[in-house]
Design a protein around this ligand. Structure first.
Ligand SMILES: Cc1cc2nc3c(=O)[nH]c(=O)nc-3n(C[C@H](O)[C@H](O)[C@H](O)COP(=O)(O)OP(=O)(O)OC[C@H]3O[C@@H](n4cnc5c(N)ncnc54)[C@H](O)[C@@H]3O)c2cc1C
Ligand code: SF4
Ligand code: SF4
Length: 439
């Protein structure tokens, strides 16, 4: 006689106080019966009478802020169900089974190597560093995808920065970046090799390509990530600032593949380059015909003249000024200080908005992300949108007359006082030291 099949009891979802990170209502969007409201703090409020215990909100919450609550009778039934399940093996819903089978087809971490005339954008090497960690956690290969023309030397570099495999697509049609052929190329590779994760630099090219590819292959894309990790289910947890930088949201793409993310330059750290590393190469000859590409590159004009040439993001020492500088003319004291230190001058957004500095010097969420050896913040309060752009600097020195300024919480050294006295005094001290050394 066959044993009666015990049904898994359906409990009710319950919020675990204090655990929500206000990710942007993922739980509420997932609820099929609309029984989760989000309060002013961004936390879920569950209408338990309406809840049908479908589990969906619990599955989508990346920080496990929700749990299933059972009555004591349901708990008894749950125990019996678990005993029966372990005897017959796990039985998945057909929908879940199909999803798991689809996701299992995708394997490996890819980094798109962005290059201009054979020169690689540094962010690609930084992403190979992060990609290496993700690939090791997943126990899969790390692949560098290099699309261009006459690009063969780049694969040796890619191995040196941690790639196991290099996929090379070398053709004249890829000589200059254009959305259409690069999208076709990457979509072709995705279709053929099915990677689980693709990382790209949040540069002009990376943002353009990532958006285009994600649309074609119908997957999710998280832009400007500041943190990437693998969660307990093996999915990519993509962290980035949300709501104007006031919270950090962790975004998951757990039902689609590949999981795609862009990361700004200087956010991640490149691995140490190891010369002589060897790897596997895959040469792909897929290339759209030039006649079929609508956009033609007539001339490449390098951005040389007439523009601000200082690259704040690449500087090893940055002296930044904020609203505390009180006026455009006062930035000259920062420039003098920077000249003595061999530094470049950066700024907060307030200084840019006031017209004191060009936008290219802005550090922060809507400016550049920097990771210098020394970051000196002069008259900058330390708003979260500024901090996300510079908090990974090796040493942070804050000069501020307000001892409560938030910048002091991330500063290695804080100098409390009037910057108009402190900065010239420091400049003079450095000059003095240099004179002594020269004597
Ligand atoms: C969506 C969004 C994106 C943003 N993106 C960015 C971004 O990319 N980068 C960015 O910087 N901001 C950004 N902001 C703006 C940010 O919120 C802050 O408004 C800005 O960073 C404040 O700039 P500040 O620190 O120069 O000015 P304030 O906050 O006004 O701070 C001035 C500081 O100077 C100090 N001070 C004044 N006089 C002196 C003196 N004589 N000596 C010493 N200290 C003095 C004061 O104590 C104060 O701490 C963004 C905001 C939003 C909403
Ligand atoms: S963190 Fe979890 S509980 Fe909070 S809103 Fe997001 S999904 Fe809902
Ligand atoms: S368990 Fe299902 S029905 Fe209940 S709150 Fe969560 S998503 Fe809504």
């Amino acid at each position: 006689m066959s044993e009666t099949k015990i049904k898994k009891p359906r409990g009710r979802a319950r919020y675990l106080e204090g655990k929500c990170v206000a990710c942007g209502e993922r739980c509420a969007s997932a609820c099929p019966v609309d029984c989760i409201a989000i309060n002013d703090a961004g936390e879920p409020v569950i209408n338990e009478d309406k809840c049908i215990g479908c589990d969906k909100c619990i599955k989508v919450c990346a920080v496990n802020a929700l749990e299933m609550f059972y009555t004591s009778a349901q708990l008894e039934q749950l125990k019996l169900w678990e005993v029966q399940k372990s005897a017959v093996g796990e039985e998945l819903e057909p929908e879940e089974k199909a999803l798991r089978a689809k996701l299992a087809e995708y394997k490996g971490v890819w980094v798109f190597i962005e290059q201009y005339a054979g020169e690689v954008a540094k962010v690609s090497w930084e992403l190979l560093g992060t990609g290496r960690e993700l690939a090791d956690t997943r126990g899969v290969e790390l692949t560098a995808v290099i699309i261009g023309h006459d690009i063969d030397p780049l694969r040796t570099e890619a191995y040196g920065y941690g790639a196991d495999v290099a996929i090379m697509m070398d053709d004249a049609v890829y000589a200059n970046y254009r959305t259409e052929p690069f999208t076709d190329a990457l979509c072709h590779l995705i279709d053929k090799y099915k990677p689980e994760i693709i990382l790209m630099g949040a540069t002009g090219q990376g943002r353009d390509l990532a958006g285009s590819v994600a649309t074609v292959v119908e997957t999710g894309l998280t832009a400007d990530c500041t943190g990437l990790a693998i969660d307990a289910q093996g999915n990519l947890a993509q962290t980035r600032p949300a709501f104007g930088g006031n919270i950090m949201a962790t975004i998951m793409c757990d039902k689609f593949r590949p999981q795609m993310a862009t990361v700004r330059p200087h956010v991640m750290k490149a691995s140490e380059y190891v010369a002589g590393c060897k790897g596997r190469v895959i040469r792909e000859d897929f290339a759209p015909k030039e006649e079929s590409v609508l956009v033609k590159v007539l001339e490449v004009i390098m951005d040389k003249d007439g523009k601000d040439q200082v690259d704040v993001a690449a500087a090893e020492i940055i002296v930044s000024g904020g609203r505390g500088m009180m006026g455009k003319e006062n930035f000259s004291i920062l420039q003098e200080f920077a000249d003595e230190l061999g530094a470049v001058v950066g700024s907060s957004r307030s200084a840019v908005d006031a017209g004191w500095m060009p936008q290219s010097r802005q550090v922060g969420q809507t400016g550049k992300t920097v990771r210098p050896k020394i970051y000196i913040a002069c008259g900058i309060s330390g708003a979260i949108q500024h901090l996300v752009g510079m908090q990974d600097s090796d040493v942070i020195i804050a000069i501020n007359r307000d001892p409560e300024a938030p910048i002091l919480e991330v500063a290695t050294y804080g100098i409390i006082g009037d910057l108009f006295q402190i900065v010239p005094a420091l400049t003079e001290k450095i000059r003095e030291l240099k004179r002594d050394q020269a004597a």
